[in-house]
Design a binder for this molecule. Structure first.
Ligand SMILES: [Zn+2]
Length: 559
């Protein structure tokens, strides 16, 4: 019960701040609840101080320094944790992950990624196992198959799935907007042999014009639009996501693009005392002025330090792999393709200005150079039309900023979220789409850091798994999973990479005075790691693993 209460509304201005101000030596009157000692402790404060011990009382850090300084706070009831060479860092801050979607995927979706399932037979077996565990009628989903890797070397069909699922709708997803539905799912979606193909989509049929279950492009939406998660399922998913994120050291996540139902799920989770990750919610994503009007009418910024609405999410372009990121210059293999623009400059200006005027932090998805220019011009328009101190708008992704955009980022105080982990997981597709020369400038985190722009990195889960070891490694090495590099001129040091998950990232949340570094008076959000990342060769960073995580001074994960 105490734990539950602990994660509910908190005000930061604490007694400790007052004690700290009024006494020469703080907290001599009471002992610490927890002392972590025999560091190294990477505080990630402004001076990048390294110490060996930290003391925690209630939800706050009350002492940071050498052992003699901290040991005085060890009382009979204090839990003393020997770090024994393990490394302590601030709890990590993730500036853009689809946290709820990750939770749903982790809690409910059968993982059939190769080599988990090597054949259609194995896919069906894992589905059968899940179907036995869930009630009749409940959706059963699996992600993702790729027929080129499957033993049978063919697409699965509804007949494969029907054999084990007469009563449950089943949908198994392939990458790139394809999937197979069983007969029950087709029935729910109202798809028959007579259903015509939707725009930009194909309902696959056999020689007798009977549906095979395979859906391509927009036809997948005919089924996926019917897949809905109940409030209880979402609450389970949020709990699961908290567990997963704590297990890799995260304590705060910016959750982008939530519509009303999902915002309510987070609020309910927090009311129940189950939310152990600090979540900052961005409403969206908003595709038009009309939708933006809906958002500013329905929501205002606010909440507490565990759950808060901060932003509005918008998008200008798509992604590099599908050739939809918006560039001035065409793609390497498709010089006539420049990407997609999802909203006009004029409309975006109005959308951004409306959010800006209503006090929101606006976050725009922009990857290609042209998309980033459009976004920055919208931010400039908003700030010129309705000047406001420190709006700290965010560019999400920001892979190829122009010189003009870099200057605007500085002048307008915009923060940059980017995905260096993609170098590792998706880097090969970047090289293929743009060539190695252009990729050298992709995610110029070194240049942006030198310009003083706060960088936050993230994994854009569920695009990639939230693995900060990979995020740090990829920021330093800029290598793909196959070992090819995307140039090293934008490589940063391990310490700078760590700042993208700590002090620098905390600025995206307007919480730099409360989280992001280990300092007296800040929340005791802490992560313990198997070794000091600053003392190893870059290749060894891949082995960096979280061993313990604290939020508000409470242990939320331990190996
Ligand atoms: Zn995203």
């Amino acid at each position: 019960m105490f734990l539950k209460k602990h994660f509910q509304s908190k005000t930061h201005t604490s007694e400790y701040d007052k004690i700290l101000e009024s006494s020469g030596y703080p907290y001599s009157m009471s002992f610490a609840d927890i002392v972590l000692k025999n560091g190294p402790v990477l505080t990630m404060d402004n001076s990048r101080r390294k110490v060996t011990a930290v003391a925690v009382k209630d939800d706050l850090i009350i002492a940071v320094g050498g052992l003699p300084h901290v040991a005085r706070l060890i009382g009979p009831m204090t839990e003393v944790i020997e770090l024994d060479g393990r490394c302590l860092t601030p709890g990590l801050v993730n500036t853009h992950d689809h946290f709820l979607e990750h939770g749903i995927s982790s809690a409910f979706i059968v993982d059939i990624r190769y080599p988990k399932a090597k054949s259609i037979k194995e896919i069906v077996e894992s589905l059968e196992k899940r179907i036995k565990e869930v009630p009749k009628g409940q959706w059963v989903l699996a992600h993702v198959w790729d027929e080129t890797l499957l033993e049978e070397k063919r697409f699965p069909t509804k007949y494969d799935l029907d054999a084990v699922s007469p009563d449950n709708p089943v949908y198994i997803k392939r990458v790139f907007q394809m999937g197979v539905a069983n007969s029950k799912a087709l029935e729910i979606a109202g798809i028959t042999k007579d259903t015509p193909d939707p725009e930009y989509g194909i309902i696959e049929k056999d020689e007798n014009s009977e549906t095979t279950g395979l859906l391509r492009g927009r036809a997948t939406r005919l089924v996926t639009d019917h897949i809905q998660w109940s409030m209880e399922e979402k609450l389970t998913a949020i709990k699961q996501a908290c567990k997963d994120y704590h297990s890799v050291g995260f304590t705060t996540v910016i959750e982008p693009g939530l519509m009303a139902d999902n915002i309510e799920a987070f609020r309910e989770s927090h009311r129940r005392g189950d939310l152990t990750t600090r979540i900052q919610m961005q409403v969206g994503f908003l595709m038009s002025l009309k939708e933006t009007e809906w958002a500013v009418e329905k929501y205002t910024i606010g909440g507490d330090d565990m759950l808060r609405i901060t932003g509005l999410k918008m998008a200008v372009d798509g992604g590099v792999g599908p050739r939809t990121a918006l560039f001035y210059e065409g793609y390497l293999d498709r010089p006539d393709v420049f990407g997609n623009q999802m909203v006009s400059q004029e409309e975006l200006n109005k959308m951004v200005e409306l959010g800006h005027r209503n006090g929101f932090q606006v976050a725009i998805h922009a990857i290609g150079d042209k998309a980033i220019d459009i976004s920055m011009d919208a931010y400039e328009y908003a700030q010129t039309t309705s000047p406001r101190p420190d709006p700290r708008h965010q560019i999400v992704h920001c892979y190829f900023p122009t010189e003009k955009a870099k200057k605007q980022l500085v002048d307008l105080g915009v923060v940059v979220n980017t995905q260096t982990p993609f170098f590792y997981f998706l880097g090969e597709s970047f090289l293929e789409a743009l060539g190695s020369e252009r990729c050298e400038d992709c995610m110029p985190v070194k240049t942006l850091t030198e310009l003083g722009i706060p960088i936050g990195i993230s994994h854009d889960a569920t695009v990639t798994q939230p693995l900060p070891n990979i995020g740090i490694y990829a920021s330093v090495a800029r290598k793909t999973i196959k070992g090819n590099t995307l140039g090293t001129k934008e490589s940063v040091s391990t310490e700078t990479a760590l700042s993208f998950y700590t002090d620098s990232a905390s600025k995206h949340c307007f919480m730099e005075d409360k989280i992001g570094s280990i300092e007296v008076g800040k929340y005791a959000d802490l992560s313990v790691w198997n070794f000091n990342p600053l003392e190893v060769e870059p290749e060894k960073l891949i082995d960096w693993k979280c061993q313990m995580t604290f939020v508000n001074g409470k242990k939320v994960f331990e190996v």
